[in-house]
Design a protein around this ligand. Sequence first.
Ligand code: GDP
Length: 360
Amino acid sequence: MKVALIGVGQAGGKVTERLVRFDADMEFDAIQGGLVVNSAKADLQSLEFVDTQLIGADRVNGHGVGGDNELGAEIMQSDIDQVIGGIDGRITSSADAIFVVAGLGGGTGSGGAPVLVNNLQRVYDIPVYALGILPGRNEGSLYQANAGRSLKTIIREADSTLLIDNDAWHEQGESVEGAFETINENIAQRVGLLFASGEGMDGVGESVVDSSEVINTLRGGGVAALGYASELAAEESGENIRTVMNVSRQSLLTGTSLPDATTADAALLVIAGDPDVIPRKGVEKSRRWLEDETGSMQVRGGDFPLQSDRVAALVLLGGVERSDRIDQFMERAREAQKQEDEPREDPAEQFADDRLENLF
Ligand code: GDP
């Protein structure tokens, strides 16, 4: 599918840039253009491969909003005409969808992305999706509280919100910060492959995925997740029935961007690899397995022909908001918000000791 990407904030910007680079390196040509918007000038200056736009200069003078997502939302709203104007030239009539990319736990992206999605919905007829990064379990309570409010709002505004949990898609034991590189690279590859697989390619096979299948999988709205797994392929197609089954299973059970999201309203299974060694039987069996496992009657499927010695499964899940991880996350976000809201004791109280005299 042809997509336009708009990154908001630091994480949104870095992930957008990665996606744009991956799409260009692979010559997929699925991403039409990327724009990154931020209130922090330094974050924009570190990006090389995307166009950038500074917002809120009159309020924060290029210094960012420092985790204040209400300010992030206000700034986006005040500068919305400029931002929409900047996006306008980059979205051509061939675009199938717009993705707004942001870390939900910060300030500019957390507050700005829902406002931007809301405004884009008024201007464009194509679907406007969010690609949201959820803070990992060990990230601080401000991140959790911010992400809770941002998620609630962005789900209301976007046609669907594809969530990447910062606890998924990196090695165990890596710190979240240390893992950003790995996570961003994985997002670029996997989401990049999803965009490219919905491109439809002339002359190769008949079950190539079409952009409408991605859009239909996301049609129910709410939260979406993406799963991925790959394995070395055998030379004989028949030997790969098990390989295709394995990667399909792993992509759902251990490879999703939102751990434990296995019950879904709709799913799309894309098997990527050399078409000569991908067995139809394996693809059909995997699809039936996915129907059972997700409990969805709407499981679509298709191939993505790629010259590679590996076979990969990409599973897009629509309507996974009833997952345990989302429940747990929202609970933590509510807890964190309560903490943030509690009035702090005056620190001077602790020193109100009569046995010591103040100096004056
Ligand atoms: P903003 O610039 O004010 O929008 O704030 P950030 O984009 O830094 O948002 C902070 C949230 O995004 C936190 O949950 C961070 O863990 C996460 N985050 C920041 N940078 C990255 C990154 O490069 N990759 C990923 N995956 N998450 C990030």
